[in-house]
Ligand binder design. Structure first.
Ligand SMILES: [Zn+2]
Ligand SMILES: [Zn+2]
Ligand SMILES: [Zn+2]
Length: 160
């Protein structure tokens, strides 16, 4: 990790207001995904079965590149189509969404991407989505491994 010395200029001050534009250019490379999120408690308890990546938006039937709500597994279009995922967040406060376009995970509350390979709670659904979209698992530890490590807590549904 000695590469930091390559740029000797003082640290730039990035403006958070550019996030909306950069949402478009997510694969430009520099976008930093968060490795933590305070809103993971809103994740659906069963994300082992999710709609296929080609599912249309449930509101406007937009056919591709929609978002999966990770709280209720609704499939909704992006803010560049009819903003149904964004409206869903505003209506329900379901803030975690997985992109069927590039399998990135966005938190509306954090207003940032989340690193699904680092955040353990996001790994299973990322794997399932990857499997559905590409026909193979992503190149990291598998769901089976996570289930081995996971204490199978029964009767944990406390919502009423
Ligand atoms: Zn968050
Ligand atoms: Zn829509
Ligand atoms: Zn939802």
């Amino acid at each position: 990790m000695a590469n930091e010395a390559s740029a000797s200029s003082p640290s730039p001050s990035p403006s958070p207001s550019v996030w909306e534009e950069e949402f478009l250019g997510a694969d430009s490379g520099w976008v930093e995904a968060r490795t933590s999120c305070d809103h993971l408690s809103s994740l659906c308890s069963d994300l082992s079965q999710i709609p296929i990546p080609d599912s249309p938006c449930t509101r406007c039937q937009h056919p591709t590149e929609n978002w999966l709500c990770l709280s209720c597994k609704d499939v909704l279009c992006s803010r560049f189509v009819n903003q149904h995922m964004l409206k869903h967040f505003q209506e329900t406060e379901h803030c975690l969404a997985l992109s069927y376009s590039d399998l990135s995970v966005w938190c509306f509350c954090c207003d940032a991407y989340l690193d699904a390979q680092v955040i353990l709670q996001l790994r299973p659904v990322y794997e399932v989505a990857h499997l559905l979209k590409f026909g193979e698992r992503p190149p990291f530890r598998t769901i089976e491994y996570l289930q081995l490590c996971d204490n199978q807590v029964e009767g944990s549904s406390s919502s009423s």
